[in-house]
Design a protein around this ligand. Structure first.
Ligand code: PMP
Length: 448
């Protein structure tokens, strides 16, 4: 594979950008990342003309793939041609807010910001301001962006910053617990109940190999936060408008959080974040309340138009059927391949999210025969269920070096673009086809 141009660009980038990139994860590709020239449908073409089937999809925002349907393109271009932004409100912000309020159960009011990180930062400040409490509970292996309150590792007894540059005293207010562990949550509430402002969790961990909640876990979180006067915040930056369609993961689980953070799809491929929730809480944001929150670019008209037209297109077309059907086809195919060739790998995901991770030796194809449907690891009656990861510790076994060799190296050679490390999930878009899925399965078979 000729990668001369990418290499030259990387050399130039290294002398002006730290690590040659503008977001840390992009540099994980060795010996250097390929530089993309353009996207087409479910594919990207790099600076040297190599074509890849793209399962990264911008790390999640591109529900429709790279070719935006005509109304989405027209909406974006119209807004950009009218002057990009004004510092005063526009109709399209109200249109998108109304759309989200109509479709997402927890959202009565919403504020738009510019990234998922900004959304979770503001949501945490809002929860603290609203409750008058300091601490937040987060899940080990969860990710809420590059922000001070959540870049925390360790456990509730011993939280510490996971990045240089964050004072230890900040991380003392963040209590990380294992996902799917009700006892751990009970313990932190027993100890710190009066000072817990919120439990902040992704409904499905999407930044740590894809970990699904066990039955009843979210109901439990809802109940215990209510009992203690704390807020429940779902970070739907990944799952929002992807899992559970336009109602988001909260409608799939039937659990309504107090606040929801959004990003990615709601901006149709442009920089975005949002905090939605009960009106009474959202109104604590300035100017109606005294939790300060502001942004020059917030509610940017081009982003709002891209988000609105994307969601309208999804509402009026077979977008979710298409991406979820292809997601099923991929997961089933992968589950068969893994059972046959590599039972120590686990296929995770739901709807249009998928990932293959290294866990531990599970049942092979013969042992499974007839006992459960391929791809049904989330069915507790399936013998494979026991092998699906339940928390970050299960995923941590995942051998990142092995992943790099097997998937990144061997899949890339075959023209398949997978996410840059063992932990980030992969996405199906409306631009993908059955042929893309079948070619990808063939490549996994060869790689494994
Ligand atoms: N929350 C979740 C669940 C995320 O997955 C991410 C990013 N992938 C963020 C927050 C941060 O969003 P952003 O990168 O837009 O700041």
């Amino acid at each position: 594979m000729n990668e001369e141009h990418s290499r030259e660009l990387y050399d130039r980038a290294l002398s002006v950008l730290p690590g040659g990139v503008n977001s840390a994860v992009r540099a994980a590709i060795e010996p250097y990342p390929f530089f993309v020239r353009k996207g087409e449908g479910g594919h990207v073409v790099d600076a040297d003309g190599n074509r890849y089937i793209d399962w990264v999809m911008g790390l999640g925002p591109l529900l429709l793939g790279h070719d935006l349907p005509e109304p989405v393109q027209a909406g974006i271009q119209r807004k950009a041609s009218e002057g990009p932004m004004y510092g005063t409100p526009t109709e399209v912000e109200v249109d998108l807010a109304e759309f989200v309020v109509r479709h997402v159960p927890s959202v009565e009011k919403i504020r738009f910001v510019n990234s998922g990180t900004e959304a979770t930062t503001s949501a945490v400040r809002l929860a603290r301001g609203y409750t008058g409490r300091n601490k937040i509970v987060v899940m080990q292996g969860g990710y809420h962006g590059a922000q001070e309150s959540t870049l925390v590792e360790g456990d509730a007894e011993n939280p510490r910053p996971s990045s240089a540059g964050i004072p230890q005293s900040f991380s003392e207010h963040t209590l990380p617990v294992p996902f799917n562990d009700e006892e751990a949550i009970r313990e932190v509430f027993e100890k710190h109940g009066d000072d817990i402002a919120a439990v902040l969790t992704e409904p499905i961990l999407g930044n740590y190999g894809i970990v699904y909640p066990e039955d009843g876990y979210h109901e439990f979180l809802r109940e215990i936060t209510d009992d203690h006067g704390a807020l429940l915040i779902f970070d739907e930056v990944i799952t929002g408008f992807r899992v559970g369609g336009l109602g988001c993961a909260q409608s799939e689980f039937g659990v309504t959080p107090d606040l929801t953070t959004f990003g990615k799809i709601v901006g149709g491929g442009f920089p975005v974040g949002a905090i939605g929730g009960r009106a009474e809480i959202i109104e604590q944001f300035a100017p109606t309340g005294d939790v300060f929150q502001a942004g020059t670019f917030s509610g940017h008209p081009v982003t709002m138009a891209a988000g609105l037209e994307t969601l309208k297109f999804a509402a009026e077309n077979d977008v979710y059927d298409h991406v979820n059907d292809l997601g099923d086809r991929l997961r089933r195919g992968l589950t068969d391949i893994v059972a046959d060739q590599a039972p120590s790998y686990t296929v995770t995901g739901t709807d249009s999210m998928f990932k293959v991770i290294f866990t531990r030796e599970g049942p092979g194809k013969d042992e499974l025969d007839g006992q459960c449907e391929a791809g049904s690891r989330q069915d507790p009656d399936c013998p494979r269920y026991e092998y699906s990861p339940k928390n970050a510790a299960d995923v941590k076994n995942a051998d990142t070096e092995r992943w790099r060799r097997l998937f990144w190296g061997r899949m890339k050679e075959q023209g398949i673009f997978l996410s840059q490390n063992q932990f980030e999930c992969q996405f199906v878009s409306y631009g993908h086809t059955e042929e893309d899925v079948d070619r990808t399965l063939e490549a996994y078979k060869n790689a494994l």
